[in-house]
Design a protein around this ligand. Structure first.
Ligand code: NAD
Ligand code: WQD
Length: 338
């Protein structure tokens, strides 16, 4: 298939492009590099063994999107491009609505113009907010507790509305990721947080490398087995493969607007993640318990049964593989910077 990937140089996008090419798809990336590096493109090319077709543009630029889509004529779009920091979204909510909502609306309009009829959308478990129970299934109440999460929910609504137009030709897979972590086993691509990482996994690897003094554990008084927050950490390569499976499902014409959780179905605590990383790194990684982070929830892990069933996919990589791959990538990042 001809697949246009927005945000294809980002963390999840870059791994997905590699899997798409490996599966024989013809890929074109649109990207403005606001949260990724141009050298990632060369890394993708090394992994795929072919040059990457790319337009540097902003998804909100309708004319640029038109021109790109008219030239490439995609059968499907995988839409990653978005701003993704929960904390930043509370400081700059309008920017988040602009990129994540206006950007998605522009994309949907241009897709209609070029008669592109399939979309895979990056949503997030953050749309559930504080889950009433775990594991969380797709039918659970949605109640995002921050502007970022609300922009993702609006994106979902827009896509479902477009797929519900009488006689509509759009079909969609709305993928709610839990906590994407890890990196490509080659060590060539991975997550590239700018500044102090918001997320736990890159904070741990930066601390293990000595770039940070200690990990700040945000709260040990949750109603979880060891008191620290529990999440469903999914390897980014498993996540990438789910996108390829979602495209196959859409192209078979078997979905109209399907919402799927992408997680492992298993939760690990902050301390369990630190312990597993410590074992991989071969030394204890220092941490200090602090108070809870504002807006955090105690536990959230997925019921991935629907994705397992309809996509014929499941997350395969272990927490040890996640940590080993993330650690390899972290070390390679520093040697690249030296
Ligand atoms: P990322 O920031 O690494 O990748 C997003 C890419 O989109 C970046 O390369 C960025 O430069 C690009 N981009 C942003 N705004 C753009 C614009 N206006 N025009 C063109 N390109 C633009 O993020 P990621 O972790 O790869 O996340 C991908 C998607 O998955 C996002 O939609 C995010 O909301 C969603 N998601 C991420 C996580 C996570 O923890 N990583 C969890 C759930 C959902
Ligand atoms: C995981 C656990 C923290 C950092 C976020 C977004 C979500 C999604 C994924 C995009 C929690 C604890 C963290 C630290 C810590 N992104 N922690 N010290 O909050 O589950 O999800 O990323 O869609 O929308 O909210 O992930 O990695 O920040 O936190 O103790 O320095 O680690 O309290 O229990 P989170 P996270």
């Amino acid at each position: 298939m001809r697949v246009l990937v927005t945000g294809g140089a980002g963390f999840v996008g870059s791994h997905t492009v590699v899997e798409l090419v490996a599966a024989g798809h013809d890929v074109h990336v649109v990207e403005n590099f606001c949260n990724s590096e141009r050298w990632i493109v060369e890394r993708i090319e090394r992994l795929t063994g072919q040059s990457l077709s790319l337009d540097e543009l902003d998804i909100r630029d309708r004319e640029a999107m038109r021109s790109s889509m008219h030239r490439f004529r995609p059968d499907a779009v995988i839409h990653f491009a978005a701003l993704k920091s929960v904390s930043e979204s509370t400081q700059q909510p309008a920017s988040y609505y602009d990129v994540n909502v206006t950007g998605t609306a522009t994309l949907l309009e241009v897709m209609r113009e070029v008669e592109c009829r399939q979309i895979v959308f990056s949503s997030s478990a953050t749309v559930y907010g504080q889950p009433e129970a775990c594991p969380v299934a797709e039918g659970a109440r949605v109640d995002p507790g921050n502007p970022y999460g609300r922009t993702k929910l609006v994106g979902e609504w827009m896509i479902r509305d477009c797929a519900s137009v009488p006689g509509a030709v759009l079909s969609a897979a709305i993928l709610r990721y839990f906590n994407p972590v890890g990196a490509h086993p080659s060590g060539l691509i991975g997550e590239l947080p700018r500044g102090v990482p918001n997320n736990l996994a890159p904070y741990i690897t930066q601390t293990a490398l000595g770039l940070r003094d200690h990990i700040r554990v945000f709260g040990d008084d949750y109603a979880t087995p060891d008191g620290t927050g529990v999440r469903d950490y999914i390897h980014v390569v498993d996540l990438a493969k789910a996108h390829v499976a979602a495209l196959t499902l859409l192209s078979a014409g078997e979905a109209r607007a399907l919402t799927l959780n992408l997680g492992t179905g298993r939760g690990y605590s902050v301390l369990e993640l630190i312990e597993t990383f410590s074992a991989v790194v071969g030394k204890p990684i220092p941490y200090v318990v602090q108070g809870r982070r504002a807006g955090d929830i105690g536990e959230c892990w997925a019921d991935p049964t629907l994705a397992n069933t309809v996509l014929g996919w499941q997350a395969e990589k272990t927490l040890e593989e996640i940590c080993a791959d993330a650690w390899r990538w972290q070390q390679a990042c520093v040697s690249a910077a030296e």
